[in-house]
Design a protein around this ligand. Structure first.
Ligand SMILES: Cc1cc2nc3c(=O)[nH]c(=O)nc-3n(C[C@H](O)[C@H](O)[C@H](O)COP(=O)(O)O)c2cc1C
Length: 176
């Protein structure tokens, strides 16, 4: 599968088969791929907590509210991505340039995770809607949680949707 095919295959999965567990080996394979993600000054300033079983259910509950994310209850695995320590150079760069490299790096990490999962036939959904305080308490995390990714097998016959996107010309311009 080439990159474009994989990019079309990856989509937010909002219906999981709750009976089908994800092998440890597949989780490791995804984490190995994610470990290749680039980051500012190669500092990899994040911590990932892999929640399964009762912990996944508790985290799922903390992602719901105002009609959002009720589908997470069926996801067998939740990956909680929190801020980690910058390296000294990345911290200095972020301060001097006033840029939040940590969140950018977490976004790139999430792209690697979701694409690798799609290649393995797994469904994911990146979540930005959750109760940070509750998630931190459930997982014993002491830094801000930036994203959570649901992971599991899509329910049978879950359709691959056509991507709805802006026209590239709406946001790309060329200069020389
Ligand atoms: C930072 C971020 C936060 C998101 N938060 C949520 C969320 O809380 N709940 C949800 O169902 N989808 C969430 N999404 C998924 C987006 O809605 C989805 O990626 C977008 O609509 C494009 O659809 P696709 O992923 O199927 O291609 C989030 C995606 C990103 C990148």
């Amino acid at each position: 599968m080439d990159f474009t095919e994989l990019s079309k295959l990856r989509q937010s999965c909002r219906k999981y088969n709750p009976e089908k567990a994800v092998d440890e080996e597949k989780i490791s394979t995804i984490l190995e791929a994610a470990n290749l993600a680039p980051s500012a000054c190669n500092s990899q300033p994040y911590n990932v907590t892999v929640a399964k079983g009762i912990k996944a259910k508790e985290v799922a509950k903390a992602t719901t509210g105002m009609g959002m994310n009720s589908f997470t209850a069926d996801a067998p695995v939740m990956l909680i991505i929190a801020e980690g320590s910058y390296s000294r150079t990345a911290a200095m760069g972020a301060k001097v340039k006033g840029n939040d490299y940590r969140s950018i790096d977490i976004g790139i990490l999430s792209a690697f995770i979701t694409l690798k999962a799609a290649e393995l036939g797994l469904g994911t959904c990146i979540l930005g809607w959750f109760d940070d305080k509750k998630v931190r308490s459930i997982c014993n995390i002491y830094t801000p949680v930036r994203l959570i990714i649901t992971l599991g097998y899509p329910e049978d016959n879950y359709p691959i949707r056509d991507k709805k996107r802006k026209n590239i010309s709406d946001y790309v311009s060329f200069i020389e």
